[in-house]
Design a protein around this ligand. Structure first.
Ligand SMILES: [Zn+2]
Length: 230
C-alpha cells in the first residue's frame, strides 16, 4: 500500500475571508487564495510561524478572480518566487485589476453589493505563470490530489481536491457570519445552474471535509441537499 503524503492545513483568517497554507512533506507547501491586497504580511507571518521558507512555496492557487481571494497574489509571488495558477476563464479579471460585476443570488447579496463596490480595492495586474483549463494534478508540487473545475460563482472557479478527501472550494459554498455558521450557496454567482452542478460534483466526490473562503469548514452531511435550495 502506498503511504499517503502527510500534510498540515494552516487556515489564515483575514476578518471574513480565509486563505490556506498547506505544509507538506519536507516543508513543500502550497498557498490556496491570499486575501485582499496587503494580506501578504499575514501569510508571510503564518509561514514563518510554521517554519516554511519562501523557497518551500512553489504554488499559489487562486480559486477565483475576486480581489478578496487573489488581491495579494502579486506581492506574494514576487516575495516567494512561487508560481500562480488561475483558470483561463478568470484570467481577464487579473488582467484588468478590477473586480468584475457581481450577480447577487439573494437579498443579502444585493444589499452587500451596494457597499462592496466602494470598499473592495483594485489590485495589481500581472501574468500568472500557470493558466489551466480542465484539471491539474498536484503531484509535482508534493501533494496527492488535483485542481478541478467548479464553475458557477465565477466561470473560472476552481477547487483543490486532495486524495485524502479534503477539498478547498473557494466561494462555491459560503458559510460564516452571514449564514449563521451554516453552509450556504454563494451570495454571488455568474451562473446559478453551473453553481448547482458544481456543488453536486463536489458532493458526488464524498469529501471528508469542505474548506471554504468564508466560514466553514463543513462536513459532507452539512452540505448535502444544498444545491436544491436555489
Ligand atoms: Zn468570490
Amino acid at each position: 500500500m502506498v503511504e499517503k503524503s502527510s500534510y498540515k492545513i494552516i487556515p489564515i483568517h483575514f476578518g471574513m475571508v480565509y486563505a490556506f497554507l498547506l505544509k507538506g512533506k519536507n516543508g513543500r507547501s502550497i498557498i490556496i487564495d491570499c486575501g485582499i491586497p496587503g494580506s501578504n504580511k499575514n501569510i508571510l507571518e503564518a509561514m514563518n510561524k510554521a517554519g516554511i521558507e519562501y523557497k518551500d512555496v512553489q504554488l499559489i492557487i487562486i480559486t477565483h478572480g475576486h480581489s478578496d481571494h487573489m488581491g495579494s497574489s502579486y506581492d506574494l509571488r514576487k516575495i516567494t518566487g512561487a508560481k500562480t495558477v488561475i483558470h483561463k476563464f478568470d484570467l481577464d479579471i487579473i488582467k484588468t485589476g478590477k473586480n468584475p460585476k457581481l450577480h447577487p443570488t439573494n437579498a443579502i447579496g444585493k444589499v452587500f453589493s451596494l457597499f462592496l463596490g466602494k470598499t473592495i480595492k483594485n489590485f495589481t495586474t500581472y501574468d500568472p505563470e500557470i493558466i489551466i483549463e480542465g484539471e491539474m494534478p498536484l503531484y509535482e508540487f508534493g501533494f496527492e490530489g488535483k485542481i478541478i473545475e467548479t464553475p458557477g460563482h465565477t466561470n473560472g472557479s476552481i477547487s483543490v481536491a486532495l486524495d485524502d478527501g479534503n477539498i478547498f472550494v473557494g466561494d462555491l459554498i459560503m458559510g460564516g457570519m452571514l449564514s449563521k455558521g451554516k453552509p450556504n450557496l454563494p451570495m454571488y454567482a455568474d451562473s446559478i445552474e453551473k453553481t448547482n452542478d458544481s456543488i453536486k460534483k463536489v458532493i458526488s466526490m464524498s469529501p471528508k471535509m469542505i474548506y471554504c473562503g468564508h466560514g466553514g469548514p463543513f462536513s459532507l452531511g452539512e452540505i448535502e441537499g444544498l444545491s436544491e435550495s436555489f
